[in-house]
Design a protein around this ligand. Structure first.
Ligand code: PRP
Ligand code: URA
Length: 205
């Protein structure tokens, strides 16, 4: 299964506060930080390591280092809120950016920015809190594929069934990590029950 539901009770409690329309931006940002940490730990729990020899103060020891480097790729804007907590866990990670905005009338993605580090031997975490139609995520993943990226995972906080289906139709093997699989999209392609416009709530716009 490519869809991984992060069902830890803490994730569900944090998500409930994120969904609450009375949660103001400062608290919303802290909740975003905490939930991202849980998602990132789950998304990386099977990442390969290789032996690494060190000396402890007591004796020689065979430890571990990751086999691949990491690139975090936030989809602007809302994905920016997920970068800092991942860098707190993986300080060596590089950060690529893709700017994609949904058209308010059609809900179709429009790309306005892309800057990626070299892709060789890297594992990519595409981060965007909301997976609605899947158009933005697919656009970002396609950009990474064109740049040569092979190992890609998608992290979101809330996913709609429509978005999951759209991503897996194009990328059947791509792992998707989410804290919730919501009911459906409304006529404006917003997620129900969802949490509204994540970018606006995060940035206070
Ligand atoms: C939101 C969200 C995703 C996208 C999801 O961004 O952060 O990027 O919509 O919708 P989709 O799955 O139907 O493509 P938005 O376009 O509102 O831009 P913003 O982050 O700048 O607010
Ligand atoms: N983008 C959001 O921020 N929220 C939704 O429900 C759908 C797209």
């Amino acid at each position: 299964m490519s869809l991984h539901l992060v069902s830890h009770p803490l994730a569900q409690v944090i998500l409930t506060e994120l969904r609450n329309k009375n949660t103001p931006p400062p608290k919303f940002r802290r909740l975003c930080h905490r939930l991202t940490t849980l998602l990132a730990l789950e998304a990386t729990k099977d990442w390969a390591t290789q032996p690494y020899e060190i000396e402890t103060p007591m004796e020689a020891h065979e430890g571990a280092v990751f086999t691949h480097g990491m690139v975090v790729v936030p989809i602007l804007r809302a994905g920016l809120g997920m970068v800092e907590p991942i860098l707190a866990l993986f300080p060596e990670a590089q950060v690529g950016h893709v700017g994609i905005e949904r058209d308010h009338e059609t809900a179709l993605p429009r790309s306005y920015y892309a800057k990626l580090p070299p892709v060789a031997d890297q594992s990519f975490l595409v981060v965007d809190p909301m997976l609605a139609t899947g158009g933005s995520a697919l656009h970002a993943i396609q950009s990474l594929r064109e740049a040569g990226a092979q190992k890609i995972s998608l992290l979101c906080m809330v996913a709609a069934p429509e978005g999951v289906a759209a991503v897996l139709a194009e990328e059947p093997e791509l792992p998707i990590y989410t804290a919730a699989l919501d009911r459906c999209l409304d006529e404006r392609k917003y997620i129900l029950p969802g949490l509204g416009d994540f970018g606006d709530r995060l940035m206070g716009t």
